[in-house]
Unconditional design. Sequence first.
Length: 96
Amino acid sequence: MLLATQAGARAQAVAPGEVRFANGMRQLGEVVIVHHADNLQTVYALCERTLVSVGQQVKTGDELCEVGQSNASQRYDLLFDLRQGGKPIDPRQALR
């Protein structure tokens, strides 16, 4: 799910969990992956700068990264993904 935002926006954790990845990935910019209860993972990508580190425990609403700007479109977008057991599921379930 691609979420449009604005300059200065920061992605926030949708649920408590542990940061398992906070680093760059080719074509995805800086990425944060948080593991949650029930084998759920949330992925926050297209970030400009991470604000957390691997192993860190986060609470709902904690800031994870600064959303980056796409050079091509001059927009600020966050790529949000939700997975259970490694399989993608509809992220709208977590954003209700």
